[in-house]
Every structure is written in C-alpha cells, then in structure tokens.
Design a protein around this ligand. Structure first.
Ligand code: PXP
Length: 252
C-alpha cells in the first residue's frame, strides 16, 4: 500500500470572500499555505454559477501549481464551457462532477451509467489533451464499469453518504463504508486509479484512508472550517498525520 496523497480543496475560502464581495480571504493564498503545510495538490471547483471559485482564481491557481510543480485538480461539470476552460489551462487532472439534478445518482455522484453518451466524448478530448480525467461517482460497481468504458483513468468515490451517516450516528455507516471498499476493489481490478472525497473529517478520514486501493483523498470544507479555530497549516498537518496513521495501522 503506497502513500496516500492529500489534495486540499480551497473552494470555501472563496465562499467566505464572496460573502462580502471583497478581495479577501484569498483562495490563492490558502493554496500556497496548503502546499507549504504538506498538501500534495490543490483541488478547486469552478462551478457554472461561479458561487465560490472564479475564473480569475483558476488562472492564479493554475499558475502557482505550475510554478511549484504541484498538481491542480480542476473540478468541473460536463459542459462545453468547462471543457474549453480545462483545455485552455491543461491542469494535471480534471474531475468531472455533476451540477444539474438530472446528472446526479442517488448518493450524489455523476451518473456515468446513464450519461455515457454525453460523458465519453468529453473524457476523450480531455485525455487527448494530456489531462488525467477523473469521474466523481457513487460507490456502485456499475458506475466503475461505466467509468472504465468511457475512458476515464481515475474514479473519485463519493464519501458524502458515509461521512454524513457517521456524523449522524446512523447504523448504515458500516454498510456505506463497505460499499466504498467493494467499489474501490472493483475500480482497481478494472485498472482505474481510485480517489475518494466529500465530507471527510478527522473521524471519517481513518476508515477511508485504510481502504488499500485508494491513492488520493480530496478534502476541503472540514479543513477550511477547522482553520478558523487552529489555522489552515495545523489542520492540514493533523489530517495528514491521521491519513498516515491509518495506512501504518493497516500495514502493521
Ligand atoms: N471531491 C469532489 C469531487 C468534490 O466535489 C468535493 C467538494 O467540492 C470534494 C472532494 C471535497 O469535499 P469537502 O469539501 O466536503 O471536503
């Protein structure tokens, strides 16, 4: 089991900035701090409505990631506009996510099974441009098979349902964690790289990080919230330490 990478999602620094329409807090400064604190890469979601990250932020984030030799994981919807922006920047990775209700599966991932015809040509053009394409999907074996069929190199498993169940002390949390394990094994068997993200906090990170097929976690909202209390650098370092502990325990 190799080292698990941590991608830090800085979208919600932009949410706070946009709440006042001022220029601060600056998500680019947060990205610089995250990299300095041990993040392996930066994740940012340019939403169609630009509710947090702006086009200008993406330009600046692409620039600092390039200068620091760190990957930018550009999250976007499957639209012509977002495809054009991805192709203009050629980030290390593009993670295709659902934004419209009809693209969403039960748990909230991209419905690749139903959307294959729309998703496949976009994946092909991004892959041809040298971008690593990831699909944000539910822990469902049919979605893994469809992700492989459309030519994605990576799947990011949606951990939101599991993390919510843990926080709400719901009995189905174990089943949801097991679904993540089964989906990760299936994706790996198909030759896909396997990432995970959404809703992860200090409590849920260890069971998720212990899934051996995972190579990357993308974590944002909890870290930005925690940064209010202990600072962004320490919050990231603590998360990183928990990830490493989970892997060390599993290997022991
Ligand atoms: N991965 C993907 C594909 C996402 O869309 C998000 C949320 O933007 C995350 C990871 C990070 O989720 P959270 O902010 O809940 O940690």
């Amino acid at each position: 089991m190799g080292r698990l990478r941590l991608g830090v999602n800085i979208d919600h620094v932009a949410t706070v900035r946009n709440a006042r329409g001022e220029g601060y807090p600056d998500p680019v400064r947060a990205a610089e701090m995250a990299l300095a604190a041990g993040a392996d890469g930066i994740t940012a979601h340019l939403r169609e409505d630009r509710r947090h990250i702006s086009d200008f932020d993406i330009d600046a984030l692409a620039d600092i990631c390039r200068r620091r030799g760190r990957p930018l994981n550009f999250e976007c919807a499957v639209t012509a506009e977002m495809e054009a922006i991805a192709l203009a920047h050629r980030p290390h990775a593009a993670c295709l996510v659902p934004e419209r209700r009809e693209e969403v599966t039960t748990e909230g991932g991209l419905d690749v099974v139903r959307g294959q015809n729309t998703i496949a040509p976009v994946v092909r053009r991004l892959v041809d441009a040298g971008i690593r394409v990831s699909l944000f999907v539910d822990a469902d074996e049919a979605q893994m098979v469809a992700a492989k069929a459309v030519g994605a190199q990576v799947v990011e498993l949606h951990t939101g349902a599991y993390c919510t169940a843990v926080r709400e002390r719901k009995p189905q949390a174990e089943v949801l964690l097991n679904n993540l394990r089964i989906a990760a094994a299936k994706a790996y068997e198909l030759g896909l790289e396997v990432h995970a993200g959404h809703g992860i906090d200090y409590e849920t990170v260890k069971p998720v990080a212990a899934i051996p097929e995972l190579t990357e976690l993308n974590i944002g909202h909890f870290l930005i919230g925690e940064a209010i209390f202990i600072g962004l650098g320490p919050a990231i370092q603590r998360m990183r330490a928990l990830m490493d502990e989970a892997r060390a325990t599993k290997a022991a």
